[in-house]
Design a protein around this ligand. Structure first.
Ligand code: DGY
Length: 316
């Protein structure tokens, strides 16, 4: 029987599915596998179901002569040197589509929460500070009739746009290439990044992390943002230069930010933690029970397909 390693806990139903086909080892320690564990253990298996926190670079891939597939339990795969793995004949898969709505919902949750100061207001009440009405008490920003800037109109960016219907927003988008269907569907306008940053009330980032999107959002383009603007990131932390975002927020150049991802997870800069106008989530963009189950199933089905001689279903 072929052998699979699952590098962290996954839903029981997916484990059951994998166990019908393979001998399965699973890391149940509650800790990420260490570098040494990855280097010494991966090649004992035919397939790996990996987490985005597992760094699978050239050094790791060089240890792999037995492994046929690495199925990442995430849509993002910046943790894997995909080109090198493919050169070595290892299939890589991710979990697209099944998490797009959920991740777009998280981006919207952050946007609304920052704009309407929901977390700050909740804390104020719980701290026993609520005394009376006053006209500007916890006054936030309206969302309707504003301009939404979408950086990256891929699957998640499009779902994010779809969920703006009803708020009567103008949509600007920046993408590697124009998407006429998207423009027609949402009356969206294709603009360069600086134009988007300068003209949007809310900017939401939905690009994958690659060498060309690393620090795509930096001090210079954030400086162009409106004073009332809000920046949302549910993609990967390193798409935004974090240090520059801290500076922009300290200089009060924008209204606030909503972040689900960080440059050095799970570390979050203390400066961000201290700010009231920033809402911080611990990378839970796709974390609904339904979606995390669908992602796990998709990763498992990729492994089943490849180890039965087929192609990955959602190969990268
Ligand atoms: C992804 O899928 O890339 C998320 O960031 C993790 O769920």
């Amino acid at each position: 029987m072929k052998k699979i390693l699952v590098t962290d806990l996954i839903p029981k139903s997916t484990l059951k599915l994998l166990r019908k086909h393979f001998e399965v080892d699973i890391n149940t320690s509650g800790q990420d596998l260490s570098r040494d564990e990855i280097l010494s253990s991966f090649n004992n298996y035919d397939g790996i179901l990996s987490m985005f926190s597992n760094k699978i670079d050239k050094e790791v891939i060089d240890t792999l002569s037995n492994v046929k597939i690495i199925a990442n339990y995430a849509v993002g795969y910046n943790n894997i040197d995909v080109n090198y793995a493919k050169e070595k004949g290892i299939a890589i898969s991710n979990t697209p589509d099944v998490l797009s709505d959920t991740t777009a919902e998280t981006a919207w949750a952050l946007l609304i929460t920052v704009a309407r100061r929901i977390v700050e207001a909740d804390k104020y009440l719980r701290d026993g500070k609520w005394q009376k009405f006053s006209f500007d008490f916890m006054a936030g920003q309206d969302i309707h009739n504003k301009t939404l800037g979408i950086v990256g109109a891929g699957r998640i960016g499009k779902k994010f746009a779809q969920k703006s219907v009803g708020y009567n927003m103008k949509i600007l988008y920046y993408n590697r290439k124009r998407d006429i269907d998207f423009e027609n569907e949402y009356d969206a306008e294709y603009v360069d990044l600086n134009t988007l940053m300068a003209n949007s009330d809310f900017v939401s980032v939905h690009v994958p992390l690659t060498s060309s999107t690393h620090h795509l959002i930096n001090y210079d383009n954030m400086s162009l943002m409106k004073n009332n603007a809000i920046l949302i990131n549910t993609s990967r932390g390193a798409v935004i230069k974090e240090e520059a975002l801290v500076k922009i927020l300290k200089e009060k150049k924008i209204f606030g930010a909503g972040l689900d991802v960080y440059e050095n997870e799970p570390l979050v800069p203390i400066d961000l933690i201290k700010m009231d106008n920033v809402v911080l989530l611990p990378h839970i963009g796709s974390s609904s029970t339904e979606t995390r189950t669908a992602m796990a199933d998709l990763a498992a089905r990729n492994i089943i397909s490849v180890l039965n001689g087929g192609e990955p279903l959602t190969g990268v």
